[in-house]
Design a protein around this ligand. Structure first.
Ligand code: NAD
Length: 498
């Protein structure tokens, strides 16, 4: 059922839009606010306190003060806070879904999917909290002992992007809580509201003051700059573009900070001549159109064997042309808007350049007239040297090109500085193993168009980043290994019995 304006207003009015420091919702020290805009209308939804350097440092003060006690809490206590947060997010699933649709644009059905996905990190890490083991072994020489334990790394700076407002927050905040770290969170300027609601939920779940501090800001470097120079900060976890990530890594080098970097992608989607084409077309629509193509894992280049390219392209284009753009709160909508006017312009420029370089539009290729920043789902056929294949499109545009054999497919797939996700459609298991061993990617979808899961290690190689989120690996990003060398207990003079 289409959402009423009254329901939207009631949800927006109920939000706490301040800066959260040490358990207090405050006004920003800058005296500024910034607007949050609905990309499907271009209209302002609400405004948020605009934090600056003073707030960032106050947030780190609070995180630093809370760190020692928080690190000593029982794992069960941290686990139960996460589990309560999981239940509360689910109880408020419709509020979270609507808020994401309003500030980010994705259709409600996709926002509901993100609530399920994002909440799962809370449940997953609540379970990991109490099963985070060290080890105790005898040295190879057989005398001394080695004790290995995992200590919380310390206060963290967590920077999230706008495209998955809940899941990108829970994927960082949940393992940080599980490991016993305190944190300063800076959500994306375009979509801060979901993080603010999530912070309220964590307070309700019993998270102590100071563990989570939230500073939304229109001036990201006023937050990250001073924090990265402050030796009390022990870790940065960033999700966003490779360009910004590279700059932040350089800044983080001054204090030799622990970093987790989830950066951009340029995912190839390989369709071999023996693929099940029904599955490949379905997977292609999912891998391209989830989140309007605004996903780091979005299929960005469709590499199809020349013997099936025509049929694949025809069927894929038919499915893309049948998708209905519109405001995500309305019934029957499949595709939301692009996040803002500049991003839509950038996508259209990529299409225009691709056509100028010899590409052909099979469907779409244009903006949707009217309010909001909509773009038609687009399929292009291009030569395999077309410039669009070298860019992260981050929109509903699918360039299709062909390959002649497996060798060429692998070469084209790896021909990028990115290495986040790749998709592979073939019915041959031996080919699957052979090709995946040669693909330089952190994540591979085998006959699957959607691969994200809280239980799977998410992350890339090459310039797609460092570290992993989710799975057993996710908590390790927030711990430091401490080793204790224990002298041979048999060599010690025997102590008197106590
Ligand atoms: P972005 O790099 O512009 O911004 C990401 C975050 O960094 C935002 O919070 C932003 O405010 C902040 N930021 C920007 N400039 C900064 C600076 N100078 N100092 C400190 N913080 C700064 O990215 P985006 O447009 O929000 O997100 C899209 C990008 O994120 C795409 O490249 C996408 O592939 C990537 N992404 C990657 C993953 C992943 O897990 N690998 C997931 C989602 C998105």
């Amino acid at each position: 059922m289409t959402v009423t304006p009254e329901r939207e207003k009631a949800l927006l009015d109920s939000l706490n839009t301040g800066v959260l420091i040490d358990g207090q919702w405050r006004e920003a020290s800058t005296g500024r606010t910034f607007d949050v805009v609905d990309p499907s209308t271009g209209k302002v939804l609400t405004s948020v306190q605009d934090a600056g350097t003073e707030d960032a440092l106050a947030a780190l003060d609070a995180a630093d003060r809370a760190q020692a006690d928080w690190a000593r809490t029982a794992p069960r206590e941290r686990a139960e806070i996460l589990r309560r947060a999981f239940d509360l997010v689910n109880e408020r699933a419709e509020d979270f879904a609507l808020l994401m649709t309003l500030e980010m644009g994705k259709p409600l059905v996709e926002s509901r999917g993100e609530v399920v996905y994002g909440a799962e990190f809370l449940r997953w890490f609540s379970e990991e909290t109490v099963r985070h083991y060290g080890r105790y072994v005898t040295t190879p020489e057989g005398k001394n002992k080695i004790l290995v334990q995992h200590r919380p790394v310390g206060p963290c700076l967590l920077i999230t992007p706008w495209n998955f407002p809940l899941a990108m927050a829970t994927r960082k905040i949940a393992p940080a809580i599980a490991a016993g770290c305190t944190m300063v969170v800076k959500p994306a300027k375009l979509t801060p509201l979901t993080t603010l609601l999530f912070a309220q939920v964590l307070e309700e779940a019993g998270l102590p003051a100071g563990v989570l501090n939230v500073v939304a800001s229109s001036a990201a470097s006023e937050i990250s700059g001073p924090l990265l120079q402050d030796s009390r900060l022990r870790k940065m976890s960033f999700t966003g573009s490779t360009g910004v990530g590279r700059r932040l890594l350089k800044d983080a080098a001054d204090n030799v900070l622990r970093t987790s970097m989830e950066l951009g992608g340029n995912a190839p989607f390989l369709v071999f001549e023996d693929a099940d084409l029904d599955a490949a077309v379905k997977g292609a629509v999912q891998a391209k159109m989830r989140n309007m193509g605004e996903a780091c894992t979005a299929a960005n280049r469709f590499l199809v064997h020349e013997s099936v390219a025509e049929e694949f392209t025809r069927r894929f284009a038919e499915r893309m042309a049948g998708l209905t753009p519109g405001r995500g709160t309305e019934d029957g909508v499949d595709v939301g808007p692009i996040i803002d006017a500049d991003a839509r312009e950038g996508i259209h420029e990529l299409v225009t350049e691709a056509v100028a370089a010899g590409g052909e539009v099979v469907t779409g290729g244009e903006k949707v007239e009217g309010e909001g920043y909509f773009y038609r789902p687009t399929v292009l056929t291009v030569g395999n040297d077309n410039p669009i294949l070298g860019q992260e499109i981050f929109g509903p545009v699918a360039p299709v090109t062909t390959f002649a054999d497996e060798e060429e497919a692998v070469r084209l797939a790896n021909d990028t500085e990115y290495g986040l996700a790749a998709y592979l459609f073939t019915q041959g298991f031996t080919r699957m193993f052979r090709v995946t061993e040669r693909l330089e990617y952190g994540m591979i979808g085998f006959n699957a168009g959607v691969i994200s899961n809280a239980a799977a290690p998410f992350g890339g190689v090459k310039q797609s980043g460092l570290g992993r989120e989710g799975a057993a690996e996710g908590i390790e990003e927030y711990t430091s290994v401490q080793y204790i060398g224990i002298a041979d207990p048999w060599a010690a003079p025997s102590a008197p019995a106590s």
